[in-house]
Design a protein around this ligand. Sequence first.
Ligand code: TEU
Length: 563
Amino acid sequence: MTDLWWKSAVVYQIYPRSFADADGDGMGDLRGIIDHLDHLADLGVDVIWLSPIYPSPQDDNGYDISDYQGVEPVFGNLEVFDELLTEVHARGMKLVMDLVVNHSSDEHQWFLESRSSRDNPKRDWYWWQPARQGLEPGTPGAEPTNWGSAFGGPAWEYDEKTGEYYLHLFSRKQPDLNWENPEVRTAVYAMMNWWLDRGVDGFRMDVINMISKVLPLPDGRLTAGSAYGDGSAGFLNGPRVHEFLQEMHAQVFAGRDAVLTVGEMPGVTVDEAIQFTDPDRHEVDMVFQFDHVWADRGDDPWLLVPLELTRLKAIFNRWQAGLAEVGWNSLYWNNHDQPRAVSRYGDDSAAHRVASAKMLGTVLHLHRGTPYVYQGEELGMTNFPFRTIDDFRDIEALGQYTQAIDQEGRSPEDVLTVLRARGRDNARTPMQWNSSAHAGFTTGTPWLAVNPNYPEVNASAAHADPDSVYHYYRKLIELRHTEPTVVDGDFTMVLPHHEQLYAFTRALGDTELLVIGNFSGAEVRADLIDDWSDAELLLTNLPTEPKDWLLAPWQAVIYRRNR
Ligand code: TEU
């Protein structure tokens, strides 16, 4: 058995504003979470990751924090937070917080001081720079570098009061903290220790591989059709990131053995991930990388590329092989930034929604790594039928829409087609609890519309139906808890070039598991070279077992045999 508890754990992510509203203001809250904890305990998850609940202007739904040591009043207060923590622990689960310290809100006290004058002691806590040499400050193109922000527009905001620009890789209300300044790091570590002393069980660290920047900040490569340079080489996995994380470990995590640390790292490579998660290096426990959710992305961001299963499998295979000896990865299809997996990589039509949601869960949960379930995934929740841009609330969708149309000459319909399929609001529609008004999410008016399929797709229907996605996920989670091969077994891809079937084995000691998922709406035969005829069927998502290895549309199977 493994000594690192989180290797056999399953994490459930809650996006608080969309989970459950107890006070009727249309926005989820901490009391709403407390009311629904049994839904999670019965599912069998070990850890809850809470997206940000701190005071925030909510420009990016809480990923813009104006006070790291409090609770946003819309969500509750510290007293209710402590109650939540107690209730989570009472059910044998852990609670992990979101740590957003690449940037703060522009309304954080630190930034208010920093922007107040050039000689303020906190000036250097953020990235302030003068206009590009020879250019008039505040005029187009005078930004210190050509970087674009993730949410559209330049990554620099001109501040007239002091005549300089500040850096924001995300919205202009999310200024980047300057990690080169040791005072910033000390303040962040103190805040983290404060939460851990309060009893929280760890942190998911937002874009933590962006905290170290290349000095001096370099211009990015310009690509055809894009208004800004790609600055990522200047801020992804920068020169001091390992040093900063090791320092954080020493200052915060040393001696706190049971905590969990997860580094969200867009663009991290396998080799870097090994370094980040090698236990001997004391950085983070696992990475949260993006390659498999970018598998349906082409060079042109405003063109939908259909999923090629062989591409998806090659990505997973590379990560499974790369971290086989040292390092650890997160496993996820969904989170608050991704469209719903059943609509993206499965089939959300009435005929196949349930089967394909279970198939996706089977394939994911049987890999090596720590699986994450994002709220609603356990119900097979789907993308939302967005019509116009007015249906979206996400700052990323709105900002990118404006940039693509106004600055890059795209057609609104092309951009909308991609946002409907990939937009983050797909994941953020309210959790569907039951078939009453607004899916039981709120008695008020929900901040974002509820998916109209809630009369059919909801938790109370799922609890009552033994064949629901929910009860199937329960079995997947239980399998990870009871079958060590799922946790520690070696991974081998089978049929890597097959275009419909995703097949692999896991092996540990005498035990070998075979997993096959049919990623298509057709019947497909698995032509296995190995003889698995004596194996025992552990789980399948359909009423009948395949005959002669003929898998029904979206069927998944898990077999076990002794070697
Ligand atoms: O997201 C990190 C990130 O890289 C995003 O750009 C994400 O890949 C993109 O939005 C997908 O379309 C984190 C948070 O998870 C996200 O919600 C925040 O908006 C972002 O950081 C800034 O804090």
